[in-house]
Design a protein around this ligand. Structure first.
Ligand SMILES: O=C(O)C(=O)C[C@]1(C(=O)O)C=C[C@@H](O)C=C1
Length: 304
């Protein structure tokens, strides 16, 4: 049995994601914020943490990126992808709706719906979608934009369902553990994630990307966040197809390590969408193994 901290309270999208990533018997522990969920693992109060990392409409979740780049390292061991559309919940006795609360990522995904359907209401940021439901129950706000599952946990009235400005939106979640971890086996449809602090010189980002491109590695995400120390200096969050157990990925990681001030490995795990890695001709794992074998034979004086 494992204890899994998640970005809560109960009824968030992240709680649902955590349920898909855990097995029966695991204990779920709600954390109020993303940093608190990550810290629960760092301090040993939880064995793993589930947090949102990327939404198809609003992009990266900054609290997760910063939380993974700072403090003690954590390693992603699995991911989940959830379809995202929202319910709007109110109290039974609500009159005119003047305030609508939710997580900023959720509000951004329903902006047009709110303008069209609740034009007089003010949008207010809450800690999470479920925290907004708690606040509505407590009378702090008039309505909450929540995950559809929230109504099962909070005695509120459903004003609308299937609310989303963009159809088929999805959010990706990570399950993270504290090293040392047993890395998941490669599946052929994997993602590797890392954060790199490049030197502040002309062309360094281009150089990093070239290291991946020349090994035929397909990027799935590139995000930049300030390093918070020197204005204008950024950390680059780079996700790409493949698993560190593969020679071409290991080779690329070694090159990034050589070129960067700091590289933090954030995991190699199966992609939730199951999309297999694209491998360019001449960049198959066999090509790397074969080339390394040839160089070793040359070094031994056995081959010309
Ligand atoms: O508040 C929640 O329910 C969350 O799980 C967070 C979160 C996010 O951070 O993007 C997750 C999915 C939705 O895109 C909206 C909010």
């Amino acid at each position: 049995m494992s204890r899994i901290a998640y970005f809560g309270p109960v009824g968030t999208f992240t709680e649902q994601a955590a349920r898909t990533l855990t097995t029966a018997g695991d204990e779920l522990l709600a954390a109020e914020t993303i940093p608190q969920a990550l810290d629960a693992v760092r301090t040993g109060r939880a064995d793993a943490a589930c947090v949102p990392v990327e939404n198809s409409v609003e992009g990266a979740v900054p609290a997760t990126l910063d939380g993974l780049a700072e403090h003690d390292p954590l390693i992603g061991v699995a991911e989940a992808l959830l379809p995202v559309h929202f319910s709007v919940l109110t109290r039974e006795d609500v009159g005119e709706i003047r305030t609508v609360a939710s997580h900023p990522h959720a509000l951004a995904q329903v902006r047009h719906w709110l303008e069209a359907n609740l034009p007089g209401a003010r949008a207010v940021a809450a800690g999470s979608t479920a925290a907004a439901a708690v606040a509505v129950q407590a009378g702090e706000f008039d309505a909450a934009v929540t995950a559809p599952v929230a109504v099962e946990h909070y005695p509120l009235k459903v004003l609308a369902t299937e609310v989303a400005d963009v159809r088929d939106a999805r959010t990706r979640f990570l399950l993270l553990r504290k090293p040392p971890v047993a890395l998941p086996e490669p599946t052929g449809a994997d993602r590797t994630s890392l954060v790199a602090a490049a030197a502040n010189r002309t062309g360094t980002l281009a150089d990093l990307l070239t290291e991946l491109a020349t090994r035929g590695i397909n990027l799935t995400r590139l995000d930049a966040r300030p390093n918070k120390q020197n204005f204008g200096e950024y950390r680059f969050f780079i996700d790409f197809e493949g698993h560190v157990a593969e020679p071409r990925i290991a080779d690329a990681l070694a090159a990034l390590r050589r070129r960067c001030r700091d590289v933090r490995f954030l995991g190699s795990f199966a992609r939730a969408d199951g999309v297999p890695a694209t491998v360019e001709p001449d960049a198959r794992n066999e090509d790397f193994t074969d080339a390394a074998g040839w160089v070793a034979a040359v070094q031994r004086g056995e081959q010309a």
